[in-house]
Design a protein around this ligand. Structure first.
Ligand code: AVI
Length: 301
């Protein structure tokens, strides 16, 4: 982890992986972002689910093992239980302590469903616990987190899920769609500055992880839609010339120089269907909101 981070900071175009945005404070800031008026994805996806859940449930066929990728507090999956009637629930998240608490709490509400919490960084490999049953598998990946991978990485990741679906499973996924640039830019550069704090907090996290001496006050949040690449880019920009030191290295950042911290790709319905096909999925049913801002997709293996 330290080597990866240090190499990113020393690269010609400096970068830090967006997974380092999520320390304890970063996760709380992200939860707060989801409540912002400008940050439409969470609320738009929730509206699609609440409006179309009966239809979605018919499409996925109840009684599957529900495998929740990035489960967190398990709230999104829990809302689906009474429609999907999963035979089993497997919650996977990198932050295992928080996950176990959520699963224990959920188990007391749904004692009839077998539940397992698994601590795993599923972005690099997906190994399911050996003791899960043999029913059909339904992977659940809401929130448009797929947008934080490049399309190439997303194809590899989805192909891994397709493989784990075996021949009869599927994937229920939330995907953010291309829309008016002003709407996109406002969602990632909100008036209250919460997304800025979320981005700058990465420097505090790097100070802890690397023993670095970043001063967040010397950096500025930048977020904008890159139309050619169909992605929001987040960067941290040096407000003046800055020397930064950390345990394995040091670097001089010129005024205006940036550290690239996140990409959030936006798809069209067609481009995402093509990506699913490249990953080996056979077909997909989709549901969107009235404005066509977000899409929920059920892809069959
Ligand atoms: C977690 N992920 C889907 C969010 C997104 O929209 O790409 C992360 C985020 N970054 C800034 N705001 C929210």
């Amino acid at each position: 982890m330290r080597n990866e981070l240090s190499a990113g900071l020393l690269a010609e175009i400096p970068f830090a992986s967006s997974k380092y945005l999520y320390d304890v404070l970063g996760s709380k800031l992200f939860e707060a972002i989801c409540e912002l008026p400008e940050y439409y994805p969470t609320r738009t996806e929730a509206a699609i689910f609440s409006r179309h859940l009966p239809d979605i449930a018919r499409s996925v066929e109840p009684g599957s093992i529900l495998i929740d990728l990035g489960a967190g507090n398990c709230a999104k999956a829990a809302r689906m239980f009474s429609f999907l009637h999963p035979s089993e629930y497997v919650a996977i998240d990198i932050s295992v302590d928080f996950l176990q608490e959520s699963v224990t709490c959920l188990q007391s509400r749904f004692p009839q469903i077998k539940m397992t919490g698994v601590g795993m960084d599923f972005s690099s490999a997906l190994s399911l616990p050996a003791e899960i049953g043999h029913d059909r598998r339904l992977f659940f990946y809401p929130g448009s987190s797929i947008g934080n991978y490049t399309p190439e990485q997303a194809t590899v990741f989805l192909a891994r899920i397709r493989e784990a679906c075996r021949n009869d499973g599927g994937l229920l996924i939330g995907v953010d769609l291309v829309k008016d640039t002003h709407v996109l830019n406002a969602a990632y550069d909100d008036a209250l500055g919460l997304t800025g704090a979320f981005n700058l907090n990465l420097l505090v996290h790097l100070n802890n992880l690397l023993g670095a001496n970043f001063d967040p006050r010397e950096w500025r949040h930048r977020a904008f839609f890159n139309e050619r690449k169909s992605r929001i880019e987040m960067h941290l920009e040096a407000r003046r010339d800055i020397d930064v030191k950390w345990s394995q290295g040091h670097r001089h950042f010129r005024e205006g120089q940036r550290i690239h911290t996140e990409n959030s790709y936006k798809y069209t319905q067609d481009s995402f269907r093509q990506l699913l096909a490249r990953a080996g999925f056979a077909d997909a049913r989709t549901w969107t909101d009235e404005r066509g801002w977000f899409m929920v997709c059920h892809a069959r293996a």
